[in-house]
Design a protein around this ligand. Structure first.
Ligand code: MLT
Length: 269
């Protein structure tokens, strides 16, 4: 697997992992992580696809939002479009986004539907934040003014991972802790702002014209499975799969089942 960077605009480099050949399959990571969270999926799906997992702005090895820019999920979707251009990918892509990655995938589906072959939306929602959730984001932004990402993930971890993982899988707990702790506080603040201010996209679900798989962990404390089922119900050609023994980070918490349901979906193309 290769981890490299490419300039998508003047002075703006995005880093990404890439492996395999074939139809492009893109993985967009969750907050506050980076493309490394997709290691097991890259390993599995690079046997059949050209797998690309970018780091969102400020995360992993990617350059962050500049001081004069307003962080937004839409900009992150535009970054993906620019990355595809920079990599000269003209073929339609299969786009898989988890949580924040799902917010970006939904923005991309709206803006660049012509580039899309299929969608996988994991542990994510189309609705905007509630006023309470927005207030919590602002509180976390303030926390990250005086604390680093290690302190932040310490607070967040119980919500991110399901009970089964926290009890039985210290390897995944540590992977998430280490990966999140290595992200900058500024990247986290910018992403929190982008998520807090993202628009409601639930009315756009009915316009999604590509086959879609919605995936949810049955122990997800952030996005309940009812939300995942309702999301799938609004998309014309969608199905919903529940990953068991997994919380919000279903691809890491039960990689075997996550990969199996994704493989079954991808086999249709
Ligand atoms: C994520 O996993 O990307 C975040 O939990 C999403 C969110 O906070 O809305």
């Amino acid at each position: 697997m290769n981890h490299k960077g490419i300039e998508i605009a003047s002075g703006m480099e995005i880093s990404y992992r890439e492996s395999g050949q074939g139809s492009p399959l893109i993985f967009l990571h969750a907050f506050p992580l980076a493309s490394a969270m997709w290691e097991k999926q890259i390993e599995t799906f690079s046997a059949t696809h050209r797998v690309i997992a970018p780091d969102a702005r400020g995360f992993g090895g990617s350059d962050g939002f500049r001081e004069n820019e307003t962080p937004s999920i839409l900009q992150m979707a535009r970054d993906l479009n620019a990355l595809l251009d920079a990599l000269q990918i003209e073929e339609e892509i299969i786009l898989c986004g988890l949580s924040m990655g799902g917010y970006i995938a939904l923005a991309f589906a709206r803006e660049y539907s012509q580039r899309l072959r299929a969608l996988i939306l994991c542990d994510t929602r189309a609705e905007a934040d509630t006023p309470e959730a927005r207030a919590k984001r602002s509180e976390n932004i303030a926390f990250l003014e005086s604390h680093d990402s290690a302190a932040f993930i310490g607070k967040m971890l119980p919500n991110l991972l399901g009970e089964t993982t926290r009890r039985d899988n210290s390897g995944v707990v540590e992977t998430v802790r280490v990966l999140a702790s290595s992200q900058s506080a500024k990247a986290c603040r910018d992403a929190l702002r982008a998520m807090r201010d993202r628009p409601n996209r639930s009315d756009e679900l009915e316009d999604i014209g590509v086959p879609t798989l919605v995936v949810a962990g049955n122990e997800d404390g952030i996005i309940p499975i009812e939300v995942a089922r309702a999301t799938a119900a609004k998309i014309a050609n969608a199905r919903c799969e529940i990953v068991t023994g997994a919380g919000h980070l279903s691809n890491l918490e039960n990689a075997a089942q996550f990969n199996a349901v994704s493989r079954e979906f991808l086999d249709d193309f």
